[in-house]
Write a protein that binds this ligand. Structure first.
Ligand code: OAD
Length: 238
């Protein structure tokens, strides 16, 4: 069974990472135009670096939760071909053990050279640090996060996984940001579609099925169901 999962900030909320658009979310306290656009970076890189430095430092204080761990468990199951596409820039999926993972909006623990586009693993702050690109040597590293107006990463791979799915599942995303919000429409051509979210997302009507509640409860329960289904389809002694 080929399953493609799209995750958003809601899957990491119960680990203590704020979402973006909930009442206490990041975009309530920060303007997107100040911290998450190419113009913001050009006008005030220190402010952008400070914002993402805080997010990166916060990663040291949080852990994957039961929803991240359930997806890692699903990937290991025989008969399951799983791709996780995440809009999240945290590293909780990989710390939980997910391997086939596509960070379409970038990663906090990486820096991007704004000149030669080389990605460099990055753990500390970018603000007030020497930040020369290891490849071109210029002092042009920036947070490796896709700003509004930029093309998300590895979209061809992401769309190919979505198109080839038997089942597409969206977890913890508001469906407010494209192109990821359009994946359900692409998947609907050939796959069953399921939404797992605290509340209906903007594209909720496009899903074949929706379940509402906390990710740490919904996701492990759904994974148990799928594993039972996949086990029943395996040949004897597999
Ligand atoms: P949002 O903040 O837009 O949406 C988070 C969703 O998670 C909402 O629908 C919540 O109802 C839901 N949610 C909150 N807590 C939850 C929980 N415990 N269990 C399940 N669901 C829960 O975040 P995203 O959809 O990820 O992009 O936002 C998409 C993109 O917009 C982000 O990747 C980021 C942002 O601007 C960039 O920075 C480029």
């Amino acid at each position: 069974m080929r399953i493609t999962i799209l995750t958003g900030a809601g899957i990491s909320a119960e680990s203590g990472i704020p979402t973006f658009r909930d009442a206490d979310g990041l975009w309530a306290g920060h303007r997107i135009d100040d911290v998450c656009t190419p113009i913001a970076w050009w006008k005030n890189p220190d402010k952008v670096n400070r914002f993402y430095d805080e997010r990166r430092a916060h990663l040291d204080t949080v852990e994957p939760n039961a929803a991240h761990r359930a997806l890692a468990r699903l990937e290991q199951h025989p008969g399951i071909d799983l791709t996780v596409i995440t809009q999240n820039v945290d590293d909780l999926h990989e710390r939980a053990g997910t391997r086939n993972l596509n960070h379409i909006h970038g990663e906090l623990r990486s820096a991007l050279c704004s000149k030669c586009r080389t990605h460099t693993p990055w753990d500390g702050p970018l603000l007030n640090s020497p930040k020369n690109c290891g490849r071109c040597g210029r002092d042009t590293l920036r947070p490796d996060v896709v700003f509004f107006g930029e093309r998300p990463y590895r979209m061809t791979e992401a769309e190919t996984a979505v198109i080839n799915s038997d089942l597409f599942v969206s977890i913890g995303t508001s469906g407010a940001v494209y192109p990821a919000a359009g994946f359900v429409t692409i998947a609907s051509g050939g796959a069953m579609t399921l939404e797992l979210n605290l509340q209906p997302s903007e594209g909720s009507d496009s899903f074949d099925e929706s379940r509402f509640g906390k990710a740490t409860e919904l996701v492990p329960a759904w994974v148990d169901e799928i594993i039972a289904e996949a086990s029943a389809m395996l040949p004897p002694h597999a």
